[in-house]
Design a protein around this ligand. Structure first.
Ligand code: PMP
Length: 315
C-alpha cells in the first residue's frame, strides 16, 4: 500500500474529483407497484445509492465538511467527530479519506458488520456505544467527547447543523423539481435527522406552494427501520421543525421489510430498509389520490444489510 507523504496530503485538502460526483441521482417511476393506482397517479423514487459513498448522506456530509472548511472551523490537526447510525459515517469517512481529514465516529454497537467493515476499510476511527441506547447513546457520547476534547475534535453535529438540511435545499430539492418538470404534488421521505425533508421540502414548497410534504417514521421507539427515528421518544434533532411536514405516517418494521422484498422482485430495486418504508409511505399516499405525482427518495441500497437475517427471511 502506498502511504501518502505529508506534502501530498496537504494538497488533498482542496476539494477533489470524488466530491464532484455527489448528487444528480436518477429518478425513476415505480411501475409494477403502481399498477393498482388510478391511471392519473404516478409514483417516482430518487435512487440515492448512486452517490459515491453509497447513500443520500453524501449530500449533508459533504456540505457540512465544505462549510466547516470554508469557515476555518475544521482545519489541519483537528479530527471530524460525529454520531451516526452508519450512512453518515460512511460518507464522512469517504470524503475524509479523499480530502485527508481524520474522522472519528460514535456508533451504536449493534451497527451491521458490513458498516463497521466499510468504515474500517476507509480508515475511520470508530467508538462503539451501548446498543440498548440506540443512536441517542451515540449522540451523547459524541457530545461528551466534543466538550471534553475541543482541541482534538471538530464536532459535525449532523442533528443540529443547518448545513445538513441546506445540502438538500441546494441539491436534492432542485434536482427533484427539475426531474419532474415541476409537476409533483407530493413529496414523501423518511425522518432520521430530518435533513432530507427539511431541506428538499422547504425548497419544493417555495417552488410549488400547494405541495404536500409527508414524513415517514417508525411506529414505536424500538424498531428495525435503520436510519429513521421515532421522533416522540428520541432526542429531537435541532434541525427538525414540525411545522414543515403536512403529515407524518407511522409504519411498522415488518411492513417495510415486506416492501423491501417487493421492490427487489417487482421493480429490480435492491434497496435498504428505509427505502422500503419510503416506498410504502409513497404508495399509501398515492392510493388516496385520483390524480397526482408522488415523489419519494430511496436513501441506500440493500448491500449493507445482507447480514440482517430477519430482513431477508422471506427471500
Ligand atoms: N435512511 C437511511 C438508511 C439513513 O441513513 C438516513 C439518515 N439517517 C435516513 C434514511 C434519513 O435521512 P435524514 O437524516 O435526512 O432524515
Amino acid at each position: 500500500m502506498t502511504i501518502l507523504n505529508q506534502t501530498t496530503r496537504s494538497t488533498a485538502l482542496s476539494l477533489g474529483d470524488l466530491t464532484a460526483l455527489v448528487g444528480r441521482t436518477p429518478l425513476i417511476p415505480l411501475r409494477s407497484l403502481s399498477e393498482h393506482l388510478s391511471e392519473a397517479v404516478r409514483v417516482y423514487a430518487k435512487l440515492e445509492w448512486f452517490n459515491p459513498g453509497g447513500s443520500v448522506k453524501d449530500r449533508p456530509a459533504l456540505n457540512i465538511i465544505q462549510t466547516a472548511l470554508a469557515n476555518g472551523d475544521l482545519h489541519r490537526g483537528k479530527r471530524l467527530l460525529d454520531s451516526t447510525s452508519g450512512n453518515m459515517g460512511i460518507s464522512y469517512a469517504t470524503f475524509g479519506a479523499a480530502l485527508g481529514i481524520p474522522v472519528t465516529l460514535a456508533i451504536p454497537a449493534n451497527a451491521s458488520q458490513e458498516r463497521l467493515t466499510i468504515l474500517n476499510a476507509l480508515g475511520a476511527e470508530v467508538i462503539l456505544t451501548d446498543a440498548g441506547e440506540g443512536i441517542d447513546g451515540a449522540i451523547l457520547e459524541a457530545r461528551k467527547l466534543a466538550t471534553e476534547f475541543p482541541h482534538i475534535y471538530w464536532y459535525g453535529h449532523q442533528y443540529d447543523n443547518p448545513a445538513n438540511w441546506q445540502a438538500h435545499y441546494k441539491t436534492t430539492g432542485p434536482e427533484i423539481f427539475d426531474q419532474t418538470g415541476g409537476s409533483m404534488t407530493h413529496f414523501v421521505t423518511g425522518l432520521g435527522t430530518s435533513g432530507t425533508l427539511m431541506g428538499a421540502g422547504r425548497y419544493l414548497r417555495e417552488k410549488i406552494p400547494s405541495i404536500r410534504l409527508v414524513g415517514v417514521q417508525p411506529d414505536a421507539s424500538f424498531h428495525g427501520l435503520e436510519g429513521l427515528k421515532h421522533m416522540q421518544s428520541a432526542i429531537k434533532p435541532g434541525i427538525f421543525d414540525e411545522t414543515v411536514p403536512d403529515e407524518i405516517l407511522e409504519l411498522r418494521t415488518e411492513e417495510a421489510y415486506e416492501m423491501v422484498l417487493k421492490l427487489a422482485r417487482l421493480e429490480g430495486l435492491f434497496v435498504g430498509i428505509s427505502s422500503g418504508a419510503a416506498a410504502l409511505g409513497a404508495l399509501r399516499i398515492a392510493e388516496r389520490l385520483q390524480t397526482g405525482v408522488v415523489v419519494t427518495l430511496f436513501p441506500d441500497s440493500g448491500y449493507k444489510y445482507l447480514s440482517d437475517k430477519e430482513l431477508w427471511r422471506g427471500a
